[in-house]
Write a protein that binds this ligand. Structure first.
Ligand code: FE
Length: 182
């Protein structure tokens, strides 16, 4: 259990210092800020864990960091899910798999959401297929994890504040350990 968290934190330390593409924070800062936002919101443990790990796919996919600028969708949500679902239950892994879908859903259903997206997020939205059609919105809503995915998405979106102080990775060790499948 601890060995898995050690491994995950090692990957954060090795891969997470790089910029979160187009945003004024590093990848690790972004994910810590997202987890902190979930925590501050009183989110259940599963969502704090999901927020901390939601972009783990950016660490382990095989593309260059600036793939989006070259028109490549790395499908980081699927990459993260493939790894994380081996170790965590669907209550953690599924909202992560759906966090890009949640963005496409919110863009289709909340005009103000689309307007507030950062330039980098608008670029990736195009690569990810753009706002959902009405049929896709309905299909997304049928997932039992849709509500959690939307909530995770909002923690993702606020985790882009330059210089914000958050707890460190170790603060979240108990949350991760409690979420690991036994
Ligand atoms: Fe993110």
């Amino acid at each position: 259990m601890s060995a898995l968290v050690d491994e995950i934190f090692r990957v954060f330390r090795e891969q997470g210092a790089g910029a979160y593409l187009g945003e004024p924070v590093s990848m690790t800062e972004h994910m810590l800020q997202s987890a902190y936002a979930a925590e501050q919101d009183g989110a259940p443990q599963r969502l704090v864990a999901a927020a901390l790990l939601h972009d783990y796919g950016h660490f382990i996919h095989e593309y260059e960091e600036d793939a989006a600028e070259h028109g490549i969708d790395t499908q980081h949500e699927e990459v993260a899910h493939a790894f994380l679902s081996e170790h965590f239950g669907p209550e953690v892994a599924e909202p992560i798999r759906l966090h890009v879908a949640a963005k496409r859903y919110l863009c289709a259903t909340e005009p103000s959401y689309l307007e507030a997206l950062s330039p980098a997020s608008i670029l990736s939205l195009e690569l990810q297929g753009g706002p959902y059609s009405p049929a896709e919105v309905a299909e997304f809503g049928e997932s039992p994890f849709a509500a959690d995915a939307v909530r995770l998405r909002r923690y993702d979106d606020v985790g882009k504040v330059a210089g914000l102080t958050t707890p460190d990775l170790e603060h979240y060790r108990p949350v991760l350990e409690a979420s690991i499948r036994t």
